[in-house]
Design a protein around this ligand. Structure first.
Ligand code: CA
Length: 249
């Protein structure tokens, strides 16, 4: 038994929401969660993220017999081809791209593929643990020890990605697997959530024992209150019945 909720809000800096998401139980009993954060002029970012979510969803539900890692890599690569081709054919979409984070979850495992800086986190007993590492210039500086992690939030080039989906004919996809168990929470989100909020702030909101739909709304509200102007997307999947539990149980 799992519960889930997701929401997305257009940032005040944008006319349309360039984030896309889908979170749904698949026929085979697993859960599929996808968050994409599109980029490109005018409506192109919205097109890229919508194409990515749809192409990945369709690829995953039509290719269930492969191992999860292969299934995810093929789905993300298929989405890359769809977006890249559209960008070649439609001048309004030239140069568009998107981040992607996609998870296939069952009660024991999280299979995660990502490109760019949309993130997956595990929340266990009130502690937030990053499951993905951003493919961004700033994160590369942090990894090399050239930038303190606490300064990454405010770096002027924090939006510069080293990888994105749909901008080149081929894409390098990162796959990881984590074990999780009952009581754990999975959070997928765009940088509209993680730029204005600290991990500690996110962990506090995500851990409040209330319905998941309220938790994702409170995440968005907190990001806006902290000055977030970007599109904000948050998707939560609970291993077990999160909203039924009360403190002390
Ligand atoms: Ca964004």
């Amino acid at each position: 038994m799992m519960e889930f909720a997701a929401t997305s809000q257009t940032g005040v800096a944008h006319k349309v929401n360039q984030d896309g998401y889908r979170l749904q139980r698949d026929e085979d009993g697993s859960y599929i969660a996808i968050v994409a954060d599109g980029m490109g002029g005018h409506v192109a970012g919205e097109v890229a993220s919508a194409l990515a979510v749809e192409a990945i969803w369709q690829a995953l539900i039509t290719e269930r017999e492969q191992d999860p890692d292969e299934r995810l890599l093929r789905a993300v690569q298929a989405a890359n081809a769809v977006i890249f081709q559209r960008a070649q054919e439609d001048p309004a979409c030239a140069g568009m791209g998107t981040t992607i984070v996609v998870v296939i979850a069952d009660e024991s495992n999280l299979h995660i593929a990502h490109v760019g800086d949309s993130r997956a986190y595990l929340c266990r007993q009130g502690e937030l643990q990053a499951l993905t590492s951003d493919h961004s210039y700033v994160n590369e500086l942090v990894r090399r020890g050239q930038l303190a992690p606490e300064k990454a939030h405010a770096h002027p080039q924090r939006n510069l990605l080293l990888r994105s989906l749909g901008t080149l004919p081929e894409v390098q996809v990162e796959y990881t697997r984590f074990e999780w168990s009952e009581g754990d929470l999975l959070l997928l989100c765009s940088d509209g959530l993680t730029n204005p909020l600290t991990d500690a702030q996110i962990a506090t909101i995500v851990s409040v024992k209330q319905e998941l739909s309220l938790r994702v709304h409170h995440l968005v509200q907190a990001a806006v209150a902290a000055g977030g102007r970007d599109d904000i997307t948050a998707a939560l999947l609970a291993n077990g019945e999160a909203s039924q539990r009360r403190d002390g149980e």
